[in-house]
Design a protein around this ligand. Sequence first.
Ligand SMILES: C=C1C[C@]23C[C@H]1CC[C@H]2[C@]1(C)CCC[C@@](C)(C(=O)O)[C@H]1[C@@H]3C(=O)O
Ligand SMILES: O=C(O)CCC(=O)C(=O)O
Ligand SMILES: [Fe+2]
Length: 349
Amino acid sequence: MNTSCELESYVWPRGDCSLPEHGKFASQQDVPTIDLAGGSKAKVDEIGRACRQSGFFQVVNHGVDHELVNQVHASARQFFEFPSDTKLRAARSAGNSFGFAGKFAGRFKSKCPWKETFSLQYTPNSNIKDYMIKVYTAEQHEQHCALYETYCKAMEKLGRELIELIAQSLELAPDALHSYFDDGFSIFRMNMYPPSEHFSRLLGTGPHTDPCALTILHQDEVGGLQVYNRDETWVTVEPRADAFVISIGDTFQALCNHRYKSAKHRAVIHATRARHSLVFFINPGLDTVIRPIPELVVKSKEDEEQDRERPCVEFNWGQLLEFTQKHYRTDVHTLDAFESYLRKTSQAA
Ligand SMILES: C=C1C[C@]23C[C@H]1CC[C@H]2[C@]1(C)CCC[C@@](C)(C(=O)O)[C@H]1[C@@H]3C(=O)O
Ligand SMILES: O=C(O)CCC(=O)C(=O)O
Ligand SMILES: [Fe+2]
């Protein structure tokens, strides 16, 4: 990333990047830590409460091997340390969500994210190998691909377990949501936030909600992930090596008829230390129709009498992904903007 001459396109208005107070972290109420080894009823209740309150929580005793997480972090660090021209062999092309992005200035003109990202598709037809071969030697390639495959499988397993618990917290059967994710189009993304002396005017990831269904994130010890809480204050999520941060995304919000809301969050920059995070975005299949689950649609008395359905916009993940890559810059209004766009384009058709 060119840190000197292009700073202007990364700078945010003064006051937009308030920094975390050293050592002060989100309260248990804002971002609870939930023990997945706990009794089933307690877990479901805690997850339901967290999803209704902030849509953000951490999980511990999640069953994912700590050594695996360390190895993926080590591999990601090694990747980001390659010279730019090596990383750029796997460059993300315009309108595409996969590959390496060193800076986003090409896509955005201002308030650019101060980070490098390497994103891979994780599905049965995963593109992990196609991207990795552009960067690594044949032998390294096999090793790193195997590691990412193992990590993504572990994320899918954890995601499935969480989705079962979330379904139960909505009083649905544990497997009620599985069919949406059976051929899911999940995205694995590694983030590296370079340090900067200008940290107080930069954001690694600007305020947004995730467009996906569910996000599973692991952050290193540097920390910098912040959530906007109910007091309208940015609070810092405690970096915990033993925990994954879970958040509800826009697609899940639409699916559960807005019972759970996607949470507004962002990532700040450290003055002297590079920060890394591993993010697994769980999505439905590209063509799977998303509309509120009938059991979660409560009609008003008047609607009931007139047998009227509440209007809702149907979409699929393929459309929302395309919207965020080609027509809209993901922010805190993505879902509303997407619904307006769908209404407009369906009227025009
Ligand atoms: C569908 C996606 C768009 C983004 C990557 C995935 C999930 C989250 C989105 C993003 C991270 C939200 C913040 C802004 C963004 C541009 C970024 O900082 O990377 C978003 C991603 C993107 O549009 O590439
Ligand atoms: O790196 C982080 O902690 C946050 C990243 C994020 O919000 C995202 O990639 O959607
Ligand atoms: Fe996010």
